[in-house]
Design a protein around this ligand. Structure first.
Ligand code: PMP
Length: 292
């Protein structure tokens, strides 16, 4: 059965779900989005994703044409209409249809799109074996150009880095800022473990403030690990005891080599293993199921 896609108040089968070619989301990447997971019928960290969406909208003066409550209800209804207890939600808000100039005033009303479908970024065996990554030559766009905290529809910076990973035969690439500090991967945040501490780049490097990142930091702190946000160099990553990535799609995936350097002993480490297990337990039990 085809997924049912919500567009501006109506549901359409995937093959009939269409938007205007004059939409500024398509013409200019002028819009924002969230990727959200549903586990066992529960929308994971729903509030945090909706908060981030409204913050992205505010930062670029994009008016979401639904109140928070209406938007949340639309997401819940679309998940229910698709009857999927384990799913990935792509929530998109574009500036809407305008004319062929960039002027956002010409777009009278934004469009809301909600897609509920399956996602599988990595095979289960990679969560046990870990992945190799490389450093991309593409640097992160600096926050004085456009803030990394705006989860905008323009992902070309990440896509170019992902292309570099593909060309190198690995699934992800690490991105640095213009000064050479470690930021994050093309679609995931990065953590290292060093002398028993969990370390991750601080927000200003710049990074997307990942929701999975925050969840994992919370779990680690509860488990008594020291968690620090700080400037990280590539050398810090190369000599780390462990490394792993976090994201809504990837969840938590161990990294066993970076630019051909083995991380630790070249196998997923115990801290990543423990955090992945705790993360999986949490995401299957937090909150109430929409289907009960
Ligand atoms: N960084 C980037 C660039 C991302 O696109 C994402 C989302 N895929 C993340 C980090 C992880 O964020 P989250 O945990 O909120 O999915």
């Amino acid at each position: 059965m085809e997924p049912e896609v919500y567009i501006d108040g109506c549901l359409y089968p995937k093959s009939k779900a269409k938007i205007s070619v004059y939409d500024h989301g398509l013409l200019y990447g002028d819009g924002i989005f969230e990727g959200i997971r549903v586990y066992s019928g529960r929308i994971f960290r729903f509030k945090e994703h909706i908060d981030r969406l409204y913050e992205s909208a505010k930062a670029i003066r994009l008016r979401i044409p639904l109140s928070r409550e209406e938007l949340e209800q639309a997401v819940v209804d679309t998940v229910k209409a698709n009857g999927m207890k384990d799913a990935y939600i792509r929530l998109v808000v574009t500036r809407g249809a305008g004319d062929l100039g960039i002027d956002p005033k010409k777009c009278s009303v934004g469009s809301v799109i909600i897609i509920v479908d399956k996602i599988k970024l990595y095979d289960e065996k990679l969560y046990q074996q870990g992945i190799a990554i490389i450093t991309a030559s593409t640097r992160r766009i600096s926050p004085d150009m456009i803030s990394q905290r705006v989860k905008s529809l323009n992902y070309l910076n990440s896509i170019t880095a992902k292309m570099e990973a593909d060309l190198a035969g690995v699934p992800e690439s690490l991105m640095l800022n213009a000064d050479g500090y470690v930021c994050e991967c093309s679609a995931d945040n990065i953590f290292i473990v060093r002398h028993g501490e969990l370390l991750t780049p601080s927000p200003e490097f710049p990074i997307l403030l990942g929701i999975t990142r925050a969840v994992v930091m919370g779990i680690a702190a509860k488990k008594g690990l020291s968690v620090r946000e700080l400037p990280l160099t590539l050398c810090d990553v190369y000599v780390a005891d462990e490394c792993f990535l976090t994201g809504t799609g990837a969840e938590l995936i161990p990294v066993i080599s970076v630019d051909g350097r083995e991380i630790g002993n070249g196998k997923p480490g115990p801290v990543a293993g423990m955090l992945l297990e705790e993360f999986r337990t949490l995401r299957n039990s937090e909150g109430a199921s929409l289907f009960d």
